[in-house]
Design a protein around this ligand. Sequence first.
Ligand SMILES: Cc1ncc(COP(=O)(O)O)c(C=O)c1O
Length: 401
Amino acid sequence: MREALEQPGLISLAAGFTDNPSLPVAETRVIIKDLLKGKKGPSHLQYGTTHGDEPLRKLTAQRLARMDKRPKKGKHYNPDRVLITHGSQQLLYILNEILFDPGDIVLVEDPSYFVYLGIMQSHGVHGKGIRMEPDGLDLASLETTLEKLKKSGQLTRLKALYLVSYHSNPTGTTTCAAKKEAALKILKKYEKAAGHPLYLIEDAAYRELSFSGEDTPSALSFHSAANRVIYTSTYSKPFATGLRVGYGFLPEPLFTAAARVKGNHDFGTANFLQQILSSAVANESYEKHVQKLRKRYASKAHAMTRACKKHFPEKIKWEIPEGGLYLWANLPTKVKTDMRSKLFAESLKQKVLYVPGNLCYCDDSTRRKPNHQMRLSYGSASIKDIEEGITRLGRAIKKVM
Ligand SMILES: Cc1ncc(COP(=O)(O)O)c(C=O)c1O
């Protein structure tokens, strides 16, 4: 893919990058100038702590309680539970280190975030795919999978369910609040047979990039969440991907374990980057920026769906995105989309790149990996390139079909 990206004139609808022209350059410039003036300047250029900047932890906890419409004094929203990390990606990696042993099993959406699948693979952790429905996780599929694991004696190896709960990567699906609550109850039911806690890792990386529909509360907001929900999210996507500041809400004993591992990795996320975020959230330039981004991505998503309608054959289906950065297209099953497929080669010939859908499925021997889908991103390409890219892709698809 890297080689392909180096081709001149190639339009990439593959990368999960954000929109370049709307990155908050002016706001960040003002904040940096302010941070470096006066007596406090040097302290911002000093090391911070492993857990993260205290004001940022507090602001992060308050924002989440507000989004979830819960009192900020609620136990689940205590700033002491917040760990600031180098992007949420670092936290996902640390969670794999502290929670799983090689040979363990994690339930994932089928399909799921392929970089997470890579982390699992590198730790020798096996995935089991849970089917998805338009309103999120298929609870029947979750229960059947748990029952099968119990019957085969494998439940003792199951440790968690990983869920990209808002505008998921890659399909754009949001799991509704009722399903998250039900999933927690189902996991709890199987804990006794598992012999240990079964965690829900809720990855909310795209929550703030909603552009239509109501926000749904996180799994932390449920009473039953007690000590079983790990919430991960990020300031990357809604503010600046180059700052790479992420965070998580972790119950004990996981918080202490994760902070210890983070201490070994880097003893704290870059202090200066956290100070920038802290100022942006406190002076509301963050909130204003998020509002602007939502409109921007709504128009880019609209440009993409309009172009798909015009240039794709009728047999190709997709859901209209309500947030996030991705459109998931389903082709007829006989049209393969993997990197060795005729379609991938033809797309490269037409100078357009997509993410083959098969990369987003875990290695689950109980089913064959689907190979007729693609993830298309409207994040980084301009509206003109989105239109041109979909025109080229439509041409490639028609030729192969
Ligand atoms: C679902 C999901 N989770 C987490 C991340 C990590 O983002 P970051 O490390 O920038 O917070 C990404 C990035 O694309 C993502 O798509």
